[in-house]
Write a protein that binds this ligand. Structure first.
Ligand SMILES: [Zn+2]
Length: 432
């Protein structure tokens, strides 16, 4: 295992003192000129850094929600009023993927873009990736921030960046082999898709030079069954990572694979009970980024459901960790007959079965009763009944819920290049 950089191993007290110092510096820079946070914090009695002299004072700051930011952008299009500097200082524009509601647009200055890239350099560093690596980016770069910042991070660590845009999946697989890529970054879903395409095309990915894959956008890389599949298909070690357009690259996995570290050098991280806002070990992740002054977020409710891990990490980093990465988006949790089901919980069961390929989840209402149906692509047609029965039994045991499992033809479910959309809640559609 690599030795972590000194800043990663501060003791808790020095970490918190440094966070508070950075926060106050940020408030002094942001509040006088940023209309959104200037007004929001003034209501809370905070007009300058010294007004937040402790973590108790920090805990009294109001939360920021995505809805609030969206509303601000609707009222003052196209970028809203969460802007600290005059517009010529901004050099980058990205937007959220807009899977829920209208996309949020986000601007970065040279300084904040550089900060975002440095956070990605930490992601690479923790995975043991350095300047001798060649990183393949298997997608076209669009307005979604996706892996733009990974590209910036690769530049910062001096790795070679191999662009894979405007290619078919098969062309990408061949390019990965031909250019001797050592690192691939993608969603976990797409890593499995590329492996499937490689197998169909007779390309042996496991014997390629790829030794590390880094995944974001979905929980998969922290789900044991999914991780094992990716590791085996690629003959490499996969790492989980988490970030968001409006927040930054806030989480990474180290070589100990003991949960995802929160980057507490660059973010103040809290976990709260979503209904009360009280601190919790499991609940919604709330973040303040400390280095993105052009368009910051302060006590931002990420909508990510996480569970804090106990005890120190064997890697030596003192950043806290979340067990199993991001468990899911709070908005994506399905309430079925009183049971809260995160799609990642279904995935963690389904991926245990080697005969099962792609899958899809449907929530329906039959009369008064909610029903969860999981469709699976099962390779062994002759045994498909045994497989569906086994998957149904495992789901029932894990979720405490009777789930109907249907076998469908291999290749019949949709495939995805970025984030998968495997869940359809038919109940919402009928009520809209
Ligand atoms: Zn660690």
């Amino acid at each position: 295992m690599n030795t972590p950089p000194p800043d990663d191993t501060r003791d808790a007290e020095s970490r918190r003192a440094e966070q508070l110092r950075r926060l106050r510096e940020m408030l002094d820079a942001v509040l006088p000129t940023n209309p959104f946070y200037g007004a929001k914090m003034a209501v809370a009695g905070v007009t300058q850094g010294q007004d937040v002299d402790s973590f108790d004072a920090y805990a009294r700051l109001p939360f920021t929600t995505k809805g609030e930011l969206s509303e601000d952008q609707d009222e003052a299009p196209p970028y809203g009023t969460n802007l600290t500097y005059p517009s010529p200082q901004y050099v980058r524009m990205h937007q959220t993927s807009g899977t829920t509601g209208s996309p949020l647009r986000w601007l970065d200055t040279e300084e904040s873009w550089s900060w975002f890239g440095a956070c990605w350099a930490d992601v690479f560093g923790a995975a043991g990736v350095d300047g001798s690596d060649r990183v393949f980016f298997p997608f076209s770069f669009g307005p979604f921030i996706g892996f733009w910042t990974a590209y910036e991070g690769a530049r910062r660590i001096g790795a070679m960046a191999l662009p894979g845009g405007a290619m078919s999946s098969e062309q990408r697989v061949r390019a990965i082999v031909e250019h001797k890529a050592t690192v691939v970054v993608s969603t976990p879903t797409y890593a499995l898709r590329l492996a499937e395409v490689a197998a169909e095309a007779g390309v042996d990915l496991a014997s390629s030079d790829v030794r590390v894959t880094i995944h974001a956008g979905e929980p998969g890389a922290s789900i044991p069954g999914t991780k094992r599949r990716i590791d085996e298909a690629w003959g490499a070690t996969c790492f989980d990572h988490a970030g968001a357009t409006e927040v930054g690259a806030w989480g990474f996995e180290c070589e100990a694979h003991a949960g995802m570290h929160l980057n507490e050098a660059e973010f103040i991280c809290e976990v709260i009970e979503p209904d009360t806002g009280d601190p919790a070990d499991e609940g919604e992740l709330v973040l303040t980024n400390l280095g993105r002054l052009g368009m910051p977020v302060i006590r931002y409710r990420t909508g990510d459901h996480v569970r804090l891990a106990a005890g120190p990490c064997p890697c030596g980093r003192t950043y806290r960790r979340i067990q199993g990465g991001v468990i899911g988006r709070i908005d994506d949790a399905l309430l079925v007959r009183g049971v809260v089901v995160f799609p990642s919980a279904v995935e963690s069961i389904v991926r245990r079965f080697p005969a099962v390929g792609e899958f899809a989840i449907h929530a329906q209402r039959h009369g008064e009763l909610d029903q969860l149906t999981v469709q699976i692509e099962s390779e062994a047609a002759a045994d498909s009944e045994a497989t569906t029965d086994a998957v149904a039994a495992a789901l029932r045991e894990a979720l405490g819920l009777r789930v109907s499992v249907e076998s469908v033809a291999v290749g019949s479910l949709p495939r995805f290049d970025l984030k998968a959309r495997r869940v359809t809640d038919h109940r919402q559609q009928t009520h809209d």
